[in-house]
Design a protein around this ligand. Structure first.
Ligand SMILES: CC(C)(COP(=O)(O)OP(=O)(O)OC[C@H]1O[C@@H](n2cnc3c(N)ncnc32)[C@H](O)[C@@H]1OP(=O)(O)O)[C@@H](O)C(=O)NCCC(=O)NCCS
Length: 377
């Protein structure tokens, strides 16, 4: 019997993350996501995923010093980005630029552990610069050089928006990145591992992952959440009525439910708290107020129907990103920035214990047909 969508099929052993959907738990390399989100940074999480342990102060400083110069895009890639169509899908822009980076790397095909680690850091450092440069160019602005001394998250916001973000905003961006850095054998990670399984190079594997994340069933849910919030806001309709109408016409309410989590998505809890802070500070609580109304109606409705449907991480990331000045069509590209350490950590695992990934299929077509001359068909 075919396992459609490979649901329930275990394809690898991994030390990177584990999800217990029944209790709403996510761990990265042994650490609870809530603990990591509150007490570490994105750079520390990159280090954890690539090394299996959190860095001490000195290791972190060395790590940051190694990474910072790699934020700078090479002129050929910047020139390419300037020539992209202004209306290109940002995910197509990231996918194409990442793929191009491979052609400029003389060691692209080296899949030794040291080389894969070097590329993991390089690609993680380059992706935010690609996204920011593309967004600025398409808006008629000059791409910015990275600013030394800023955190990974702070530098991305600076390169995107052209001004340094305050601590709350940098911290919020940082936590959003931490929350999305790794999530088990999701579709894009699997795609990366399938490509690496053929002993193809890191750039090709990551390009596969970006192409897979681009699909609306994977990376695009928070865009749908923002569309929903805007639709309700613009219609002036009561959120309770809107949700009840959506449910009675059989629609799914975006930002709720998850294939794996059948309890609260632990990432949503942390992001909700940060959303509160950042929006209060921005003096714009419209999206959060609306989200809270929707959440309350959904809680009531789902309890009444006996369904275990709770808000997921996308429900809050939509309004958080909007408040951070990130355009709606960049949401999935921000997801790609955050997931780069997870993808590349999986590649490290795949290359050191590789086996070509080659599932089978049940043939259900005809047999024993004979080719007739073309004039008789
Ligand atoms: C993510 C998703 C595809 C998971 O789907 P799933 O695994 O098939 O969901 P479940 O089997 O747990 O659904 C159980 C029931 O809850 C309903 N349900 C699930 N998500 C719902 C939602 N967002 N709004 C309303 N009802 C929902 C299902 O229709 C199903 O109802 P039924 O038993 O009457 O058929 C689904 O929840 C969804 O489409 N959510 C909205 C999009 C979204 O936010 N995606 C981001 C995920 S990170």
């Amino acid at each position: 019997m075919a396992a459609k969508g490979l649901e329930g099929v275990v394809v690898a052993q991994s030390r990177l993350s584990d999800i217990n959907g029944e209790v709403g738990e996510l761990i990265y390399a042994g650490y609870d996501i809530d603990d990591l989100a509150r007490n570490s940074t994105f750079e520390e999480v990159c280090y954890l995923l690539w090394n299996g342990e959190l860095p001490n102060q000195q290791q972190l400083e060395e790590f940051r010093a190694q990474m910072e110069p790699q934020y700078v895009l090479r002129p050929e890639v910047l020139e390419m980005i300037r020539n992209y169509p202004k209306d290109a899908d940002p995910m197509a822009a990231v996918r194409t630029a990442v793929s191009a980076l491979g052609m400029f790397d003389a060691d692209a095909d080296d899949i030794s552990p040291e080389s894969v680690r070097r590329k993991a850091m390089f690609l993680t450092a380059q992706t935010p610069s690609i996204v920011a440069a593309f967004d600025r160019v398409r808006n008629g602005k000059e791409p910015l050089q990275p600013k030394p001394g800023l955190s990974f998250a702070g530098n991305f916001l600076y390169m995107l928006n052209g001004e340094e973000a305050n601590d709350t905003r940098c911290r919020t961006m940082d936590v959003a990145l931490v929350l999305h850095a790794e999530h088990g054998m999701n579709a894009s990670t699997f795609a990366a591992r399938v490509t690496a399984g053929t002993l193809s190079d890191v750039y090709s594997a990551v390009t596969s992952a970006i192409g897979t994340l681009k699909g609306p069933s994977h990376g695009g849910a928070n865009v749908e959440v923002m569309n929903m919030l805007r639709e309700i806001d613009e219609s002036g309709q009561d959120p309770q009525e809107w949700v009840q109408n959506a449910l009675s016409s059989g629609k799914k309410v975006m930002g709720f439910g998850h294939r794996v989590y059948k309890a609260t998505d632990p990432r949503a809890t942390v992001l909700r708290e940060l959303a509160d802070k950042i929006m209060a500070e921005a003096g714009e609580t419209r999206w959060l107020d609306l989200s809270d109304r929707i959440r309350a109606v959904m809680a009531e409705e789902m309890e009444r129907k006996g369904k275990k449907i709770y808000p997921n991480v996308d429900f809050f990331s939509a309004s958080v990103y909007t408040t951070l000045g990130i355009g709606m069509d960049l949401f999935t590209a921000v997801f790609a920035i955050a997931r780069m350490p997870g993808w590349t950590a999986h590649l490290m695992e795949q290359y050191v214990d590789n086996r070509l990934i080659r599932p089978g299929s049940d043939y259900i077509g005809p047999r024993d047909l004979k080719v007739r001359p073309i004039s008789e068909r």
